[in-house]
Ligand binder design. Structure first.
Ligand SMILES: Nc1nc2c(c(=O)[nH]1)N[C@H]1C(S)=C(S)[C@@H](COP(=O)(O)O)O[C@H]1N2
Ligand SMILES: [Mo]
Length: 254
């Protein structure tokens, strides 16, 4: 990490001081002004979540890289979590080799459109060997191939007021969101390949968003739609994603 500890200490101490009994409202106002409040903050009492997110954003400027590993580090038997979407449309798509699969992008973009998997494969690809860590304690290392989300966002033209990318899966109940800092990060990939093969069914075929700087649950599988927004309140229970509805953090930085 490039930031000297003194700066980290300073910021943490500063935020905590501001967050002291009398300064709580001031801290909240300042944090809000600088876009440092995560959508699932529990009002002023969600100060823990806010400090984690604000601390990361201030210290890392959103540009730190997740560690990349060597081929020899790739896990022999990566864990599959959950089951492929139990919807008829998924089985049909699988049988058809995902030729009809589309990723649609809408919301605060200049040119909303759909992308086929073949479209996505035409763009400059990135391959990276990263760690996927589940909040339950298990993890694995795999090689992922895809197109940086930033590339595709540039094609559709993100409007300046957009603050978040919300992503939806064909898997019922699975949706999440990231801020623009993570969305434009070079390691955030629309992933269609894994360990030199097509992305397997269990790991999200044909398309998953890999967000390697956050816990595994942010890497949603079977994604079909992205929408750009400046307000997460309109989605689900307004907490930014499905996991906070079950007690997990919206921001799951590692
Ligand atoms: N659609 C969908 N995406 C998902 C899940 C899921 O069950 N369905 N599980 C999440 C969780 S909790 C983790 S830890 C990772 C696991 O990825 P894997 O199945 O490739 O191991 O996927 C995440 N994305
Ligand atoms: Mo997980």
């Amino acid at each position: 990490m490039s930031t000297p500890p003194s700066r980290r200490k300073l910021i943490t101490a500063g935020l905590s001081t501001l967050a002291g009994a009398s300064g709580l409202a001031v801290a909240a106002r300042i944090a809000h002004h600088y876009g440092l409040i995560p959508p699932d903050h529990g009002g002023l009492y969600g100060i823990g979540e806010t400090l984690t997110y604000a601390g990361q954003r201030l210290l890392m400027s959103g540009r730190s890289m997740a560690r990349e590993f060597n081929r020899s580090d790739i896990s022999k038997a990566p864990v599959v979590n959950g089951r492929p979407p139990e919807v008829e449309a998924y089985e049909r798509q699988l049988t058809a080799g995902f030729t009809d699969w589309r990723l649609s992008i809408d919301g605060m973009v200049g040119r909303p459109r759909d992308f086929s998997i073949a479209d996505l494969r035409q763009y400059p690809a990135r391959t990276q060997i990263t760690h996927l860590a589940c909040e339950e304690g298990w993890s694995f290392i795999a090689e992922w191939t895809g197109v940086p989300l930033a590339h595709v966002l540039n094609l559709v033209g993100v409007l300046p007021q957009a603050k978040y990318v919300v992503y939806f899966s064909m898997d019922p109940g699975w949706w999440d969101s990231i801020d623009m800092s993570d969305a434009l990060h070079p390691q955030t990939l629309l992933t269609y390949g894994m360990n030199g093969q097509e992305l397997p069914k269990g790991h999200g075929a044909p398309l998953r968003l890999r967000v390697p700087r956050q816990l595994g649950y942010k890497s949603v599988k079977y994604i079909t739609r992205l929408t750009l927004t400046d307000d997460l309140k309109r989605f689900g229970k307004g907490l930014g994603s499905a996991p906070p509805e079950f007690g997990y953090s919206w921001y799951a930085g590692i």
